[in-house]
Design a binder for this molecule. Structure first.
Ligand code: GAR
Length: 222
């Protein structure tokens, strides 16, 4: 019997490296999701070519063409829904979304953000993490709610901040774990293992070990 896979629509604004990581995961026969379409708000988004090269249908809904946010989001919703998604995946989609758009995809839209939320919502997260002197930084995958960079957290990945780091080196270290975390979170959704319980998300079958994450690493833990 053919297995029905979860249909994802991925929204991008630029480079598309997270799109690429998810695309790679979907090429494995046992991955439970497929990319039904990619939608961008900018025709120049480099990620569009990655999708085209993989034979994935793409749509561009340029935000400059619309008078206001509600009319833009309505056009965006029409483009997204044309692919009949089970899950909408924001992968570097740099737009603030209207509450109506968010409500339409409640419980079936996720985002990746380059910080350990709730720290450093918004832009320039790596620069702000360096300025704040944090020892652990990272990324978060969360369900999208009307409040920007909030919503129930599905998974986080932490990396150490090194003494010699600049924005570029820290961003590269975080991006590497983004590419591991996002395909994993999409897989969990597709497997029906995510349950939203207020502000928290329970993941079926995940047991947490007790090893602490400490940076700088203490030798006694090695
Ligand atoms: C990623 O680092 C992602 O976490 C971030 O944009 C980048 C997109 O890169 N998203 C946000 O800042 C959303 N608030 P990509 O196009 O190569 O995936």
């Amino acid at each position: 019997m053919a297995v029905v896979k979860t249909r994802c629509v991925i929204l991008i604004s630029g480079r598309g490296s997270n799109l690429s990581a998810i695309l790679k995961a979907t090429q494995s026969p046992d991955y439970p999701a497929v990319i039904a379409g990619v939608v961008a708000n900018r025709a120049e988004a480099a990620g569009l070519q990655l999708a085209r090269d993989a034979g994935i249908p793409v749509s561009v809904v340029p935000n400059g063409d619309y008078a206001d946010r509600p009319s833009y989001d309505l056009a965006l919703q029409t483009a997204v829904d044309a692919y009949a998604p089970n899950l909408v995946v924001l992968a570097g989609f740099m737009r603030i979304l209207t509450p109506a758009f968010v409500a339409h995809y409640a419980g079936r839209m996720m985002n990746i953000h380059p910080s350990l939320l709730p720290a450093f919502t918004g832009l320039r997260t790596h620069e702000r993490a360096l300025d704040a002197g944090v020892r652990l930084h990272g990324c978060t995958v969360h369900f999208v709610t009307a409040e920007l960079d909030h919503g129930p957290i599905i998974a986080q990945a932490a990396v150490s901040v090194h003494d010699g780091d600049d924005v570029a080196s820290l961003a590269a270290r975080v991006l590497k774990v983004e590419h591991q975390l996002y395909p994993m979170a999409v897989r969990w959704f597709a497997e029906g293992r995510l349950h939203i319980d207020g502000a928290r998300v329970r993941v079926d079958g995940i047991t947490h070990d007790t090893l602490p994450l400490i940076s700088p690493v203490l030798e006694s833990f090695l």
